[in-house]
Structure formats: structure tokens, C-alpha cells
Write a protein that binds this ligand. Structure first.
Ligand code: 6GU
Length: 273
């Protein structure tokens, strides 16, 4: 996979040299090119922003540097044999970044990121490249960052770990919270490793039992408990067909009741543990 990032803070992308993404680059599984947008400015002050038409606070990133930088990054990619680019525009006004979108992006051979500062990029830039390639405007959550660079790091890490051969074993994806499959739509519960006792704290006995059925059941109960505490919306949204008899017992203990449509809702009187 090829990744291009155009930014006015190339040093902000240094973490792409570290850990999983850094190793994937070293192995040649990821070809990451970070470009300094100011290399495509031609005035004395390397201006990348200007005041907004219509007035209002802040500054808007100008069309010309973005157009020139993206044209060159795209031409360079094609010259190096890349194909099928998609433009990923980080913005708090974008669609939510989800595991599903991470999977979709991981299936593309070439991602071009345009993290912006100030109040964003002149709309004509996105409109222009949308005529040549798919564009994903993406938000990483309901809060406002000072710029899109941190979002590029987030999206890149979520996508890179899905690439074939990047994570140690394919099994590692199976139980991911938000991965389709057995734990679909539930958060993962707690995990433990050696030593078996630490500061007077043991580990749940069932994990030492060697009884795989009981361990799977315990993990499922803990997932239901944690999801209830941290993301009750996920249980409300869940297709109730994914809950077996034992799940339903646990959900009942946690204060959930099936509604007329079969979906679960919470009794507000319910106790947490
Ligand atoms: Cl992608 N960019 C900025 N600036 N703020 C955000 C965001 C992106 N996602 C959530 N907040």
C-alpha cells in the first residue's frame, strides 16, 4: 500500500517511523511519502492560508499550494506504478471513522491524506479531486483537533494493522472490539498474564481451569459487563439474534430487558455489578 500525506507539519508524522507502521515500512509493505505543503508555495512568506470569503473567524487554506502538491504527489505515485488512489480528507465535519471504514480503506492500494490546519481547505480542492478519485471526508470523533495530522496517525495505524502480514497472526483480528464475528458489537473484557498474584491480587480462577467452554462464557459475560458500563448504545443497537440464552441471563442481571421489537433496553433502576 502507498500512503501520501501532504501537511505543513511533516515532523508531526514522525511516529509513522515507529512500531507497527514503522516495521511495515521497513519490510516494504507500506510506502509512506510525507510532503511539506510549503514546498508548493511560491511567495516570499510561503503563504498557505488567506481570509475566508463571506467573513468570519480564522483562515482558510488556499487552493493553489494544495492543487500543485496533490498533482505532484499523484504524478509521482503513478510514475512509481501506484494505481487506484483515494483521497482521505480529515475533518471534524466528515463521516465517522469506524472499524468498517478502516477495513474498506485497507483494501485500497493507495491513500492520499490532506490534513489541514486553520478552518480547513478551500472547498474547490476537494471538489476538483473528487472528479478524479473517490474522496472520503473522515472525522475521528466528536471533538475538535487543532489539525488533521493526529487523525492521519490514527487512521494509518488502524488501517496498517489490517494489511496482510503486518500483524503477527491473522487470528489477532478475530476478537477485536468492533470486528465482525463472534463478539460482534461488544467491547472486549479484561485480560491477565503472569505472575498469578500481584500485590495481593489474583486472577479470575476460571482462567486457570483449562475449561475452554467456561473461559469463553466468562469472557462473554465480561464483554457484556464492560459494554453495559462503557457503551450501552452498542447493546441497544445490537441485533438481538446475536444473544444466546446465557447472554440473555447476563443481560438481565445487568438490568437489560427485551422490548417489543426484541432489542434490549435498560431498566434505569438497574445496579451495575
Ligand atoms: Cl479528522 N480533524 C480535526 N481537525 N478535528 C477532528 C477530526 C479531524 N476528527 C475529530 N475532530
Amino acid at each position: 500500500m502507498r500512503l501520501d500525506v501532504v501537511t505543513i507539519f511533516p515532523e508531526y508524522l514522525e511516529p509513522l517511523n515507529v512500531s507497527l507502521v514503522g516495521k511495515a515500512r521497513a519490510r516494504g509493505q507500506l510506502d509512506v511519502r510525507v510532503h511539506d505543503l510549503r514546498d508548493w508555495t511560491y511567495d516570499r512568506h510561503n503563504t498557505v492560508d488567506d481570509t475566508p470569503y463571506g467573513g468570519g473567524p480564522g483562515m482558510v487554506m488556499k487552493t493553489e499550494p494544495w492543487g500543485a502538491a496533490l498533482d505532484d504527489a499523484l504524478a509521482d505515485g503513478y510514475e512509481h506504478g501506484a494505481h487506484g488512489p483515494v483521497l482521505v480528507v480529515p475533518t471534524p465535519s466528515g463521516r465517522p471513522f469506524t472499524q468498517e471504514l478502516a477495513v474498506e480503506l485497507s483494501e485500497r492500494p493507495w491513500l492520499v491524506f490532506t490534513p489541514a490546519r486553520y478552518e480547513g481547505i478551500d472547498r474547490r480542492v476537494v471538489d476538483e479531486y473528487a472528479t478524479r478519485m473517490p474522496v472520503y471526508e473522515v472525522s475521528i470523533g466528536d471533538y475538535v483537533l487543532a489539525g488533521g495530522e493526529a487523525a492521519v496517525l490514527v487512521i494509518t495505524e488502524a488501517v496498517a494493522r489490517l494489511l496482510p502480514g503486518v500483524l503477527g497472526n491473522a487470528e489477532s483480528h478475530r476478537d477485536d472490539s468492533f470486528a465482525p464475528g463472534a463478539m460482534a458489537g461488544l467491547l472486549e473484557g479484561p485480560v491477565y498474564t503472569k505472575p498469578p498474584e500481584w500485590r495481593d491480587r489474583g486472577i479470575p480462577e476460571v482462567l486457570l481451569s483449562g475449561h475452554h467452554g467456561k473461559i469463553a462464557r466468562w469472557r462473554r459475560d465480561e464483554a457484556l459487563r464492560r459494554t453495559t458500563a462503557n457503551r450501552p448504545d452498542l447493546i441497544e443497537r445490537c441485533d438481538p439474534a446475536v444473544f444466546d440464552k446465557k447472554d440473555r441471563e447476563m443481560l438481565s442481571i445487568l438490568g437489560w430487558r427485551p422490548g417489543a421489537d426484541g432489542r434490549f433496553g435498560r431498566n434505569p433502576e438497574a445496579v451495575e455489578e
